[in-house]
Design a binder for this molecule. Structure first.
Ligand SMILES: [Mg+2]
Ligand SMILES: [Zn+2]
Length: 190
């Protein structure tokens, strides 16, 4: 029997790196969340596909170029790899909300893309995010949502309480969410 392929989807801002109110516009402004690099290194030793799923509407708003975002991602990936981690895909939506694209979260489109490109079973996968739209995207795709309290997580928790959305599991940060996934799945670590 083929083992089930599964993924940990990760939002970027507020999960991997510290959120900035006016977007991370350069590598100089990119600061990893505490414990994020070691959590990613631990995840890298498992069979989970690791996929970043990020809204980068600063591009659609004309505040950043795609090249600038790609450069940040190249640097981010280098830092993650130097720390023993990996990322299998980095997906982002470059559109402003008013463009009404198909990919911007809460749309699950980027999660479906992960399924198409990596063959992962979404029902066996997790999405770690810090905003209600991350939780919505996960729920729409049948992925288990994990909300972290870093970034916009505290505000998200209040938004979710006011919404009809079933509450997600809530964790202090990426490291704690990762820890839970390990316990839950007994993922093999090297
Ligand atoms: Mg975020
Ligand atoms: Zn989009």
């Amino acid at each position: 029997m083929q083992p089930v392929k599964r993924a940990v989807f990760l939002d970027r801002d507020g999960v991997i790196n510290i959120n900035r109110p006016h977007n991370v516009t350069s590598w100089q402004e990119f600061v990893f969340e505490s414990g994020a690099l070691s959590a990613l290194a631990r995840l890298a030793a498992t069979d989970f596909s690791l996929v970043v799923v990020s809204n980068q509407s600063a591009i659609g708003r004309g505040q950043m170029t795609r090249a600038a975002v790609d450069e940040i991602h190249a640097q981010m990936l280098r830092a993650i790899e130097r720390a023993g981690g990996r990322l299998d895909r980095i997906y982002y939506c470059p559109h402003a909300p008013q463009e009404q694209c198909a990919c911007r979260k809460p749309s699950p489109e980027m999660l479906w893309r992960g399924r198409a490109e990596l063959g992962v079973d979404l029902t066996q996968s997790f999405f770690i995010g810090d905003w209600i739209d991350d939780v919505r995207a996960a729920r729409s795709a049948g992925v288990t949502p994990l909300l972290v309290r870093t970034g916009r997580g505290l505000a998200a928790q209040q938004e979710i309480e006011r919404s009809a959305l079933p509450p997600p599991l809530i964790f202090e940060n990426l490291a704690a969410a990762t820890e839970w996934i390990f316990k839950q799945t007994q993922a093999a670590t090297k």
